[in-house]
Write a protein that binds this ligand. Structure first.
Ligand code: AHM
Ligand code: MG
Length: 336
């Protein structure tokens, strides 16, 4: 059946906002359309990567001491410009910038805070592996007595919207405003995201686990035992391993197929590697809106009040069956 070419991302957000009688209404629609524009521009550069001079390292490091790729810097700039010019975004915070960027001092001029990872998994781009943009939107707190950081450091439960764009074999935008999860595929012939995955639900159980197993020796004992259980196929399930090393791509597969994605604490990253505010929190909101579960192993990802913008957390996210099973290993540390 031919895709309805009028079922666009913008129409969907607009109709959803009307049906929710959201106070944000057109403002959030306008903001999200800025993210759509940025992702189309970034996606276009990703598609033409070998033809442009954007490949390779930019010769600089970001706030985490990680090597920045040229496309990281480009993608960050595109998002800053597309969102900074919306007229309603007060603060922007990015993986690539140490501190939040204040667009408007006054909350009345800029009611929203947008936090993003402009190009997640960018160490993969030179070898044509899927990468993605992750975003999270908050309302700026009303009592503006604190610092800019304190306006940004809100728990994931306060997210107004979250989503990602996956630059994969096709370009897919997945988002939630707290009323389910919907996915859109970019139709390159008309340059528009069209509704391709309405009301996405994570399967209650899957048969895939996803983890960088090369670090397994330094995972916490409960995690090693859980991995052993996943591999032992004690009942009729036989788990397969899939790990891309790009969070957006690994999560997108988990959303569609179910199973579990794990980035536990390791000796190199004792707090976990993934960043709370622009990786774990938006992914957790999407997962939970789709019927999945996301934890750090100790608490719900969404309930954490961030201590700083670039805070790292362990992340376990997936189908209810695999996540409940993980919980039994956490609660019974001696269980074999
Ligand atoms: P990045 O934001 O620097 O790209 O790092 C985050 C990426 C995630 O996409 C992915 O899940 C993880 O790092 C992979 O890490 P590792 O190579 O340790 O498995
Ligand atoms: Mg990242």
């Amino acid at each position: 059946m031919a895709q309805d070419q009028t079922a666009t991302f913008e129409r969907h957000i607009h109709e959803q906002q009307l049906s929710q009688r959201s106070q944000a209404g057109g403002e959030l629609t306008w903001l999200l359309s800025g993210i759509v524009l940025a992702c189309k521009i970034i996606g276009e550069q990703v598609r033409r990567l070998g033809l442009t001079n954007q490949t390779g390292s930019a010769g600089s490091t970001n706030v985490h001491g990680e090597e920045q790729q040229s496309l990281d810097i480009y993608s960050n700039q595109v998002l800053l410009e597309c969102l900074g010019s919306r007229g309603n975004v007060g603060i922007l915070a990015s993986e690539e910038n140490e501190d939040p960027i204040v667009v408007f001092d006054n909350r009345d001029d800029g009611e929203y805070v947008v936090v993003f990872d402009p190009l997640d998994g960018s160490s993969n781009i030179d070898v044509n592996v899927s990468v993605g943009t992750i975003f999270s939107i908050y309302r700026r707190p009303e009592s503006n007595g604190g610092s800019t950081h304190s306006e940004v450091l809100q728990p994931g439960t306060q997210q107004l919207a979250a989503g990602y764009c996956l630059y994969g074999s096709s370009t897919v935008m997945v988002y939630t405003t707290g009323d389910g999860v919907n996915g859109f595929t970019l139709d390159p012939t008309i340059g528009t995201f069209l509704l391709s995955h309405p009301n996405m639900k994570m399967p209650a159980r899957g048969n895939i686990y996803s983890v960088n197993e090369s670090y397994a020796d330094s995972f916490p004992p409960y995690c090693r035992r859980y991995l052993h259980w996943l591999k032992s196929a004690e009942d009729d399930s036989l788990y397969r391993s899939r790990y891309i090393g790009s969070l957006v791509a690994d999560f997108h597969r988990t959303l569609l197929k179910g199973g579990v994605f794990l980035y536990p604490p390791t000796s190199f990253y004792p707090e976990g590697k993934l960043r709370l505010m622009y990786e774990a929190s938006p992914i957790a909101m999407l997962a939970e809106q789709a019927g999945g579960i996301a934890t750090t192993g100790e608490e719900s990802v969404l309930s954490i009040v961030p201590k700083n913008l670039h805070q790292r957390v362990p992340l376990f996210v997936g189908s209810p069956f695999e996540m409940q099973r993980l919980q039994t290993f956490i609660q019974n540390p001696l269980k074999v």
